[in-house]
Design a protein around this ligand. Structure first.
Ligand SMILES: [Zn+2]
Length: 218
């Protein structure tokens, strides 16, 4: 800690002058107690700068695409805009709230699935997106959330695991309505969802119903 010889007080952190009398401090600096306002300002500025660049580029791309119609009716700028908007949503979500790994994994996976489905539809590889990439990503996210739920004591991961299971069941049901055979990967995904339900009920028991009631405000 540093010392002000004028006021005879000890001052934590790495400041050069006394906050009371502005005298120069003596002694060794100690680690800062809080992130410095300057660092927070730099972080906020960096965030705003990238947001400005992204929105400016998106606007230019949309304008060129729609006003000049360079791609004969295929509006690729909409695809670009969707990718950038979801990227910005993930970025601001992670910056504004305390980092929760299960939330980041779940939401990013969900966004990535949407993006790959839309991109697949746009560029002509929808079957690959729908039958291979999406169920694989959802399987990975389910497995990760199952591990997070088993190791997490705050029950944050449990909510995302339940959401993930619900998403898989809904996606499977929608696919099944349209196509009688949704494919091996979707079937594995659904089975993993059921296994995850069994696992959470056995290991987390009452916490599952408590958490659902809490979230639904019963
Ligand atoms: Zn002082």
């Amino acid at each position: 800690m540093k010392k002000c010889n004028n006021c005879n007080i000890m001052i934590g952190g790495n400041t050069d002058t006394c906050p009371l009398c502005q005298n120069m401090l003596s002694g060794e600096a100690s680690p800062d107690n809080w992130p410095s306002p300057r660092r927070l300002r730099v972080k906020a500025f960096a965030y705003k700068l990238q947001l400005f660049i992204v929105l400016a580029l998106t606007t230019i791309a949309l304008s060129l695409d729609f006003l000049l119609d360079l791609n004969n009716g295929k509006h690729y700028s909409l695809l670009l805009a969707l990718w950038l908007i979801l990227f910005e949503m993930d970025l601001s979500g992670n910056m504004k709230r305390p980092f929760v790994v299960s939330r980041t994994v779940s939401i990013s996976t969900f966004h990535l699935c949407i993006l790959l489905l839309v991109t697949g539809w746009f560029l002509g590889f929808l079957p690959v997106s729908a039958y291979i990439i999406t169920p694989s990503l959802l399987c990975a996210s389910l497995a990760a959330n199952l591990v997070f739920t088993m190791t997490d004591t705050t029950e944050n991961a449990l909510v995302y695991l339940l959401g993930n299971i619900l998403l898989v069941i809904i996606a499977y049901a929608v696919l099944k309505l349209k196509y009688p055979e949704p494919g091996l990967l979707w079937t594995i995904c659904l089975m993993l969802g059921f296994v995850a339900i069994i696992g959470t009920v056995i290991f987390k028991g009452r916490k599952v119903s408590d958490e659902i009631q809490k979230r639904m405000n019963f």
